[in-house]
Design a protein. Structure first.
Lengths: 396, 375
C-alpha cells in the first residue's frame, strides 16, 4: 500500500503572511513615520526661526545676562554675569528647595502616617483629616494660600514674631541663627569624622560577634558615647570653637543669621506639607501590609517593643514603602518648578523664564531645562532602585 | 434560687463598658496618649470656634458692595465683619464662566447637561447599551461640545473665542481632556510598551519616560513656546489647543503606566486562551485583554485623573483663565481687594469636593474589585 506523500507535504511558505516579515514591515513603517515627523518638525522650526531672526546654538550661554537675581544663598549673580551663571544659580535654588522639601516631607509624612494608625482616636482622626484635606486640594492653590494669604499678614520686621530671640518671622522672611566656625573647629571636625569611622567598625564587629556567639552588644548607646564624648572634650579644650550668630534687628531689617525669603518659606511649606500627605498614605499602607503573625511571632520570641519596631516592623514596612516613596520624591522635585508662580528664582523662573524672554532661544533653553529635570529624575530613581535592591528579601 | 443566681452574675464595672471604656481605650490608654489627647483638644479649642465664628456667625452673606464687609467709622478706624461671602456671590458668575458672554452661557450649561446625562447613564448598574453611551462620550460628544462652546457662524451661533473661556467651566474642560484624550493615548502607549516589536517598544518607553520625567510646567512652557515653531509658517495654533496637546501627552504618559499595570496583572492564560481561540492581536486586545485590564485599573485611572485635574491649575503659565486664576484675578480687583482667605477657601472647597468624591468612588471600586477577585 502506497501512502501518497504529496498531500501531506507542508504548504509552501508565503513570506507576506509570515509573522516575521510582517513585524519587520510594521517596524519600518513606524520608524519612517516617526523620523519623518521629527524631520518635518525640525524643518518647520528651522524655517520659522530663520524667518523670525532667532539665532541658535549654545553660544548665548556665555553672553552677559543683564538681569539681577534677588535671592542668592550660594553664588553671586548680577547683571554683568553670564546666562550660564544664571543657569547655575537657578539650578542650585531648585536643588535647595528639593532637598529641604524632601527632608521635611519625609518627617511630616512618616509622623502623620504612623499617627493615622495610632490607637489614640483623636490623633488618628487629626492625621486622617490632614491627609484628606491636603491631597485633595491643588498644590498651586496651597502655594498661593501660603504665599499670598498667610505670609502676607505677617508683621513687619519691627514687630517680628520672635521665637527665643534666635528665630524671627516677618514679612521679609524667616531668620535663623547661623552657625559660624572659629579657630580650632577643624580639630572638632576631625575627631567627629574619626568617631564615625570607629562607630562603623564597632557596628561590623558587633554584628560578627552576634553571628558567632549570639551575644548582643549595645551598639546604639556605645555609638552615642563614642561620638559625643570625644567631640565634647575636644570642643571644650578649644573653648567651643563655634557659635550661633543670631539675627539682629538693625534699622528696618535683620542683619546676620540665615535669611529664608518668604518665597522659599511658602514653597517649602506648600511642597512638603502636600507631599507629606501622600507619603503618609504610603507609610500607612506599608505598615498595614505587615503580616500580624510577624509581630506576634516577635512577641513570642520575647523581643521588646523597640527591637520589634527596629528589627521586624521597619525593615518589612520599608520594603513596601520605598517604591512609592521614590515617586513622591520625584514628584516633589518636579513640583518645585511651581516656584515660578510666586517668583522664587528657581531654574524655571530664572532660566526658562527671564533668560528665555531675553534671548528668545526657546529651543535651546527648554532643551537644557528639560534635560536637567530628566537627569534629576533619573538620578533619584536610580539611587532609590539601588536602595530598594539592598533592602529586598534575599533568598539564600 | 433563680434570683440568687442572677445576683451572683455581677455586672461589669462601669469603667469597662460604654462611653467610659471607649474613652479609656481610645483616648487615655497610656500617659502619652493622655497628653496627646489633651493637646488635640486644645488645638481644636483654639482653631474651631474662631473659624466657626469667622465663617458662619460673623459672615456677611448678602449686600451691595464691600462696605458691608469692611467699613470705617468717623475716626477712620477700620472694622471688619467675618468672612465676606458676598465677595464670592458677586464674582460667582465670573468664577464659573470666565469672560464668556452672559447671554451665551446657556450653551455651556447645555453642554454640561448633555455630559451629565450621558455620564449618569454609565453609572446605572443595569443599563444595557452602555457601550453606545461610551462611544458617544468619546467620539461624538467632543464634537458637539466644541460646536456648542465655540459657536459656528454658519449655524447662526455667535462665535466665542477661546480667550474668553474661563472659570470652573474651563477647569472641567481641561480636566475632561485627561479622560477623553489622555486615556486612549495611554492605552496605545501601554500596548506599545508591551509590544514584541523592539522599535515600537523602545519608542514607547522613550516617549513615556520623557514626559514622566519632566514637570508639567515645562511641558506647558514647551507647548506655549515651541509648538508655534513646529508647524509650517502661517498656521496659528490656538492657545487652548496648545495647552490641550500638552496636557494630553503628559497625561497619556501617566495613564500608560497605569494601563500597563493592568496588562501585567492579567494572568498569561488569558492571552494564550485568546490566541488558542484564533483571535489576532487587535481582536485579542480589544475583546479579551483590554476589557479585563482596564477594569482592574479603574482605581488607578481615577487617581491619575484626580492628579491631572488638580494639575490643570498650572495652565496659569500660559495665562488660561481656569478657576484658580479667575479667583486670583478677582482678588486684584480694586473694588474687592483684601479678601484672599474667602477666595482661597471657596476655591479649595470646590476642588476638595470634586477630588474627594472621586477618590471615595475609586476606593469603593477597589473594594468591590477585591471582593470579585476573592470569589
Amino acid at each position: 500500500m502506497n501512502i501518497r506523500t504529496d498531500i501531506i507535504k507542508p504548504p509552501k511558505q508565503d513570506i507576506f503572511k509570515s509573522g516575521k516579515f510582517r513585524s519587520i514591515v510594521v517596524q519600518i513603517i513606524v520608524m519612517v513615520l516617526v523620523i519623518g515627523s521629527i524631520g518635518w518638525i525640525i524643518n518647520n522650526a528651522a524655517t520659522n526661526m530663520a524667518a523670525n531672526g532667532i539665532s541658535h546654538g549654545f553660544a548665548f550661554l556665555w553672553e552677559t545676562s543683564f538681569f539681577d537675581i534677588g535671592y542668592l544663598p550660594f553664588i553671586e549673580h548680577t547683571a554683568s554675569h553670564t546666562y550660564f551663571n544664571a543657569f547655575i544659580v537657578g539650578l542650585l535654588n531648585t536643588i535647595l528647595v528639593a532637598v529641604l522639601g524632601i527632608f521635611l516631607a519625609t518627617i511630616v509624612g512618616f509622623l502623620v502616617g504612623i499617627g493615622r494608625l495610632s490607637n489614640n482616636w483623636l490623633v488618628a482622626r487629626f492625621c486622617g483629616f490632614y491627609v484628606e484635606a491636603l491631597r485633595n486640594i491643588p498644590l498651586l492653590l496651597q502655594l498661593f494660600f501660603w504665599y499670598h494669604a498667610v505670609l502676607r499678614v505677617l508683621p513687619r520686621a519691627k514687630n517680628s514674631l520672635n521665637f527665643g530671640d534666635s528665630f524671627y518671622l516677618n514679612l521679609k522672611g524667616l531668620f535663623l541663627p547661623k552657625p559660624i566656625p572659629e579657630v580650632g573647629f577643624n580639630y572638632v571636625l576631625l575627631i567627629g569624622v574619626f568617631s564615625i569611622i570607629s562607630i562603623i567598625f564597632l557596628y561590623f564587629w558587633s554584628k560578627k560577634r552576634q553571628a558567632l556567639t549570639g551575644q548582643q552588644f549595645p551598639v546604639f548607646y556605645a555609638s552615642l558615647a563614642i561620638f559625643i564624648i570625644p567631640v565634647l572634650i575636644v570642643s571644650f579644650l578649644n573653648n567651643t570653637p563655634m557659635y550661633l550668630e543670631d539675627p539682629v534687628l538693625k534699622g528696618f531689617n535683620f542683619k546676620g543669621g540665615i535669611r529664608l525669603i518668604p518665597e522659599l518659606v511658602a514653597l517649602l511649606l506648600a511642597l512638603s506639607l502636600y507631599t507629606a500627605s501622600f507619603i503618609a498614605e504610603n507609610v500607612r499602607s506599608g505598615i498595614l501590609a505587615i503580616n500580624k503573625g510577624q509581630i506576634e511571632a516577635a512577641n513570642a520570641v520575647g523581643l521588646k517593643r523597640i527591637p520589634i519596631l527596629r528589627l521586624i516592623i521597619i525593615p518589612q514596612a520599608m520594603r513596601v514603602i520605598i517604591p512609592p516613596l521614590t515617586s513622591q520624591y520625584l514628584n516633589l522635585t518636579k513640583n518645585s518648578s511651581l516656584a515660578v508662580a510666586i517668583a522664587y528664582p528657581d531654574l524655571v523662573h530664572v532660566f526658562a523664564g527671564t533668560a528665555l524672554m531675553q534671548t528668545g532661544q526657546a529651543v535651546e533653553i527648554l532643551a537644557i531645562t528639560m534635560s536637567v529635570y530628566l537627569t534629576l529624575s533619573i538620578t533619584i530613581s536610580l539611587l532609590m532602585n539601588w536602595y530598594n535592591r539592598a533592602m529586598k528579601l534575599k533568598d539564600s | 434560687m433563680n434570683n440568687q443566681m442572677n445576683q451572683s452574675v455581677k455586672k461589669p464595672p462601669v469603667i469597662n463598658i460604654g462611653v467610659i471604656a471607649w474613652l479609656r481605650q481610645n483616648l487615655f490608654s497610656t500617659w502619652y496618649n493622655t497628653i496627646l489627647t489633651f493637646l488635640g483638644i486644645y488645638i481644636l479649642y483654639v482653631a474651631i470656634p474662631p473659624f466657626f465664628q469667622w465663617a458662619i456667625l460673623d459672615a456677611v452673606w448678602s449686600g451691595e458692595d464691600r462696605t458691608v464687609c469692611e467699613w470705617y467709622d468717623e475716626n477712620k478706624v477700620k472694622y471688619r465683619a467675618g468672612a465676606c461671602w458676598l465677595y464670592i456671590k458677586v464674582w460667582f458668575n465670573f468664577f464659573t464662566y470666565g469672560f464668556y458672554p452672559d447671554e451665551l452661557q446657556w450653551r455651556i450649561n447645555l453642554a454640561f447637561i448633555i455630559l451629565a446625562i450621558a455620564t449618569a447613564l454609565l453609572f446605572i448598574p443595569n443599563f444595557k447599551n452602555k457601550h453606545y453611551v461610551g462611544i458617544f462620550l468619546f467620539a461624538v460628544y467632543p464634537i458637539i461640545a466644541f460646536f456648542l462652546l465655540s459657536g459656528n457662524e454658519t449655524l447662526g451661533m455667535k462665535h466665542v473665542g477661546t480667550h474668553k473661556w474661563g472659570g470652573l467651566f474651563l477647569t472641567f474642560l481641561l480636566g475632561s481632556i485627561g479622560i477623553v484624550f489622555a486615556l486612549p493615548l495611554g492605552i496605545v502607549l501601554a500596548l506599545g510598551r508591551r509590544s514584541k516589536l523592539p522599535v515600537v517598544r523602545i519608542l514607547s518607553v522613550m516617549f513615556i519616560e520623557f514626559w514622566r520625567g519632566i514637570p508639567l510646567i515645562t511641558v506647558l512652557f514647551f507647548a506655549a513656546v515651541m509648538f508655534p515653531l513646529f508647524v509650517p509658517q502661517g498656521i496659528e495654533i490656538d492657545n487652548l489647543l496648545r495647552c490641550i496637546v500638552g496636557l494630553t501627552v503628559f497625561g497619556g504618559a501617566y495613564m500608560a503606566e497605569v494601563v500597563r499595570g493592568g496588562l501585567q496583572a492579567l494572568p498569561k492564560g488569558q492571552y494564550e486562551a485568546a490566541q488558542a481561540v484564533g483571535l489576532g492581536y487587535w481582536r485579542m486586545m480589544a475583546l479579551v485583554i483590554m476589557p479585563q485590564a482596564l477594569r482592574i485599573v479603574i482605581p488607578g485611572i481615577v487617581n491619575t485623573f484626580i492628579g491631572l485635574f488638580k494639575d490643570t491649575t498650572l495652565v496659569f503659565i500660559i495665562s488660561l483663565m481656569d478657576l484658580l486664576l479667575t479667583v486670583f484675578t478677582s482678588m486684584s480687583n480694586p473694588d474687592w481687594m483684601g479678601f484672599p482667605f474667602e477666595g482661597y477657601v471657596f476655591c479649595a472647597l470646590v476642588y476638595f469636593v470634586i477630588c474627594f468624591s472621586l477618590s471615595r468612588y475609586s476606593l469603593r471600586v477597589e473594594k468591590k474589585l477585591m471582593v470579585v477577585h476573592q470569589k
